[in-house]
Design a protein around this ligand. Structure first.
Ligand SMILES: *Cc1c(COP(=O)(O)O)cnc(C)c1O
Length: 427
């Protein structure tokens, strides 16, 4: 076969020729950068070796690709390549970090209580909360910090909860629903002073904002390829090797790959793509961030100008530039999404899941059910254009104003009735 350049092949997706919505859901997943795809392709075709094969060229070239990616991933966070463990994504990285550290540093053996204390926060991703819940069942104590209204976890909040038996703190760097940035470097410093292992879920941070695991006092850092223009199904965990040397109990047992911390044949093409995505982010994040911050400000100010009773959720300034989360009063979340079908984004209304509960993240900040249901998360990418932002502003404005024309509550509000004083019938 000739060296293929599949990027230019005709795709055969059933809906490829239909108009597709404008994509503002990049905190859910991003498009894989074509420059990343290009790096990945040879490892699916000619260079299909197993990096564990030490005795032939197929194995060597696969290993070379993995070690290059390891350098690229390490460079993005100012770590040593030896400190990078490749995983299947941030869910696995978080599980390995949290369960792996808890089991390794447990105060008491399995089956006993009082095995150690862990601190995390209520608005963490489920991939942090659920491992913590499982550890509770195994005899660990977990404190879930209640975030303040602006969503930012400060070092003081963590300091207040530290106990003599605290073994692990896990606080995400940037929140995936509202984009707020926690005081991670300061929390890391506190943990180092107290000799407590510090893990951060950096999935929405790494590749978007400058990261230095030394300066920022990180022991364990998770991130994922598909949130930063890399492929799905590949991620990394940074594991500190000195001051202190962090040890983890593995979750998978098997071939002993990744220094025994993550057995299983490596996803060579995915890892090569992940490395390239890291390199691209390192070079492009600054200009990209500045551009997206202007777009985000434009979205927020123009929507607030055009529509009254809107609220941007989370701290106004301590946020990553690519995410905004806005609640629109007097509209119903589901109807709002229907009204902006040409924009792919997320809502605080969990209408797609089995539950009718609105976003637990917004609820943990004290946002009321109504406003949580009627919130939109708009998240941009390196390909988002000014034209798309203007279209989005117009489209949301039109939809909200239309829905409010049909809202009796909005009428009452316009007449000056204090809605919060109305006695609602319970059902
Ligand atoms: C997407 C996301 C995850 C899960 O990542 P996967 O790679 O899809 O497993 C974990 N944490 C945060 C903050 C995320 O945004």
């Amino acid at each position: 076969m000739e060296s293929p350049n599949f990027i230019h092949l005709q795709y055969n997706l059933s809906n490829m020729n239909k108009p597709r919505p404008l994509y503002l859901d990049n905190a859910a997943t991003t498009r894989c950068d074509p420059r990343v795809v290009e790096v990945m392709l040879p490892y699916l075709t000619e260079a299909y070796g197993n990096s564990g094969s030490r005795n032939h060229a197929f194995g060597w070239e696969a290993e070379e690709a993995v070690e290059k990616a390891r350098e690229q991933a390490a460079a993005l966070i100012c770590a040593n390549a030896k400190e990078i463990i490749f995983t299947s994504g941030a869910t696995e990285s978080n599980n390995l970090a949290i369960k792996g550290a808890a089991h390794m540093y447990a105060k008491n053996p399995e089956g006993q209580t009082g095995r150690g204390h862990i601190i995390t926060a209520l608005h963490e991703h489920k991939a942090v909360l659920d491992p913590c819940k499982r550890l509770q069942k195994e005899g660990f104590d977990v404190t879930y910090l209640q975030p303040p209204a602006d969503g930012v976890i400060t070092v003081d909040m963590v300091a207040k909860e530290i106990r003599p038996d605290t073994i692990l703190v896990s606080i995400m760097w940037a929140n995936n629903e509202i984009g707020t940035i926690n005081e991670v470097p300061a929390i890391g410093k506190l943990c180092h002073d107290k000799e407590i292992i510090f893990h951060s879920d950096g999935t929405q941070w790494v590749g978007k904002m400058p990261t230095d695991v030394e300066r920022d006092n990180i022991d364990l850092l998770s991130w994922s390829g598909h949130k930063m223009y890399g492929p799905k199904g590949v991620g990394a965990l940074y594991v500190r090797r000195r001051k202190p040397r962090v040890r983890l109990e593995a979750i998978f047992d098997g071939g002993g790959q990744e220094r025994g911390m993550r057995s299983g044949t490596l996803n060579i093409s995915g890892i090569a793509g992940f490395g390239k995505a890291c390199e691209l982010c390192q070079h492009e994040m600054q200009a990209e961030g500045e551009r997206l911050l202007k777009f985000r400000n434009r979205l927020e100010t123009e929507l607030a100008k055009a529509i009254e009773v809107t609220q941007v959720n989370g701290n106004a300034s301590k946020r990553v530039p690519n995410i905004t989360n806005i609640s629109f009063g007097f509209v119903e979340g589901e109807s709002l999404l229907m009204g902006i079908k040409d924009i792919a984004c997320s809502s605080g209304s969990a209408c797609t899941s089995a539950s009718l509960e609105p976003s637990y993240v917004l609820k943990s900040l004290g946002v009321g059910d109504e406003l949580a249901h009627s919130s939109l998360r708009l998240s941009m990418s390196r390909w988002t254009t000014e034209k798309e932002i203007d279209y989005t502003i117009a489209s949301i404005t039109k939809a909200v104003l239309h829905l409010r024309k049909m809202s009796p509550l909005y009428d009452l509000f316009k007449e000056g009735v204090d809605i919060s004083k109305i006695q609602w019938q319970t059902h």
